[in-house]
Design a binder for this molecule. Structure first.
Ligand code: ATP
Length: 443
């Protein structure tokens, strides 16, 4: 008889969850989540405030999927636990792995939970597989941290109370309690690397290093500690290097090379760009270090480009289409965020456009080509003004033009205003390209 898993569960109930009552179990119908459900159902006796429910996601990928639903319904009925069954549609035509799609859909369903805590049945064998898989993918400290016991998932807490227990302990519990469960035959398919590890590599490790699960679990813990430290340093560096929506290149390059990399990654992650190859990041940093201030290294990401402009880095979306946008001059509203334009417009009272020229509906319009702006020296092509201002080509293409209510070109915001509408008491329209983390590019 093994030590009672229920005692262990109750003893390790996280303090962060002590005030929360509504717990929902992710119930696949397999051994692990059946054990979890049983343990939590029994825990109700000791934690009477616990309101337990379960969710089963029907992916429709397995021929037996309907039977799994029936099994989950049966067990939940016996334990008087409300069950929600959510069907999701997996698109076989996208070319994306079915497993990955199923996982993503599952988490979308989980995130819709009305409970306060979502409980999943990952255990120590899962954790050691995750760490080994990440090692084989060349993962960094964050990836090698494996799964945390507790983390946020949208408005929920995601809790994995079985992470310290081996699959064998769960099997023993299930047999002691007379539980029944369904087997997912796709878990046997060694075309999936996780299954290959589980069925071919782990048994070998078990033979030669029987404590491998605990050791890999320890590695995950060490990596989680290191990863938190990295995040804390990067957050502090980020706070000291940000200037509005831009990252100051000089401040960044004054840090050690290692911190520069983590800082850049933290910034991109805050903008929703988590998947940047380290090699690409390192190459970009190298170019920033060696390139003359006037050169324009770029970091191309799936949804945006990072460019250097006036010794600052801007993350700008590549806009396929910009539509004209109407705005009113309002000196009280100093910043006007325009995500569709990939930047923000600010008004500065430091010499600029006269009040009469700013009356009525102003317009921001994209460049069509051939525009000219009145300057003291005569009419000057917008293209030339942008070049002279040292604006990188990508930004030049999508730099906005400000038009008056009567359709006259008033300004190239942040660069120049029409000299015949200029007054030393006037307002300067400043344009700051770049997204801030409140206005991420769509993911
Ligand atoms: N179809 C499902 N419906 C509800 N919960 C599920 C379902 N599948 C899995 N779960 C929950 O998620 C846990 C982990 O499942 P599984 O190991 O299959 O997922 P994974 O894909 O390996 O892990 P992860 O979801 O972290 O990527 C299960 O123990 C269970 O609690």
């Amino acid at each position: 008889m093994q030590p009672d898993l229920l005692d262990a569960l109750l003893a390790h109930w996280p303090d962060n969850l002590s005030g929360l009552c509504a717990f929902e179990v992710g119930l696949s119908g397999g051994l692990d989540s059946m054990v979890l459900l049983s343990l939590l159902a029994r825990a109700r006796q000791y934690r009477p405030q616990l309101q337990l429910s379960a969710v089963h996601v029907h992916h429709g990928l397995n021929a037996a999927a309907d039977d799994w639903v029936l099994h989950c319904q049966d067990v939940c009925q016996q334990l008087a636990i409300p069950l929600r069954v959510e069907r999701v549609v997996i698109n076989r035509a996208t070319g994306e792995s079915l497993e990955a799609q199923a996982r993503q859909q599952r988490y979308t369903v989980f995130a819709r939970s009305a409970a306060e805590v979502l409980v999943l049945a990952h255990h120590l064998d899962d954790q050691s597989e995750t760490v080994l898989l990440q090692l084989l993918r060349g993962g960094g400290v964050r990836a090698l941290s494996g799964m945390p016991v507790l983390r946020r998932l949208e408005n929920l807490q995601l809790w994995r109370p079985l992470l310290g227990l081996t699959r064998q302990q769960l099997e023993q519990y299930a047999s002691e309690q007379g539980l029944s469960w369904v087997e997912d035959d796709s878990n046997a398919d060694i075309a999936y690397r996780r299954n290959l590890l589980r069925h071919r590599i782990m048994p070998l490790l078990q033979q030669h290093v029987p404590s491998y699960r605990q050791q890999l679990g320890r590695t995950a813990w060490h990596m989680a500690q290191a990863s938190q430290l990295v995040d804390e340093v990067a957050a502090a560096d980020l706070a000291s290097c940000m200037a509005g929506t831009a990252l100051d290149v000089g401040s960044m390059l004054s840090l050690s090379a290692v911190r520069q990399g983590f800082l850049l990654m933290a910034w991109l992650r805050s903008l929703g760009q988590a998947q940047v190859a380290p090699e690409q990041l390192q190459e970009f940093l190298r170019q920033l270090r060696v390139a003359a201030a006037a050169s324009q290294p770029c970091l191309h990401l799936p949804e945006m480009v990072v460019v250097r402009y006036r010794q600052q880095l801007y993350a700008v979306p590549v806009l396929s289409q910009q539509s004209a946008c109407v705005l009113r001059f309002d000196p009280a509203q100093s910043v006007c965020l325009l995500p569709g334009w990939g930047g923000s417009l600010r008004w500065k009272r430091r010499g600029g456009l006269t009040l009469p020229s700013l009356a009525g509906n102003l317009q921001l319009r994209p460049r069509l080509g051939g525009e000219v702006l009145q300057q003291m020296v005569g009419r000057k092509p917008v293209k030339k003004l942008l070049q002279e201002a040292g604006i990188p080509p990508l930004l030049r293409r999508q730099w906005p033009l400000l038009y008056a209510a009567d359709g006259r070109l008033l300004a190239l915001p942040g660069v120049a205003v029409a000299s015949d509408c200029f007054s030393p008491e006037g307002y300067w329209p400043d344009w700051q390209p770049g997204l801030d983390d409140e206005k991420k590019a769509p993911r």
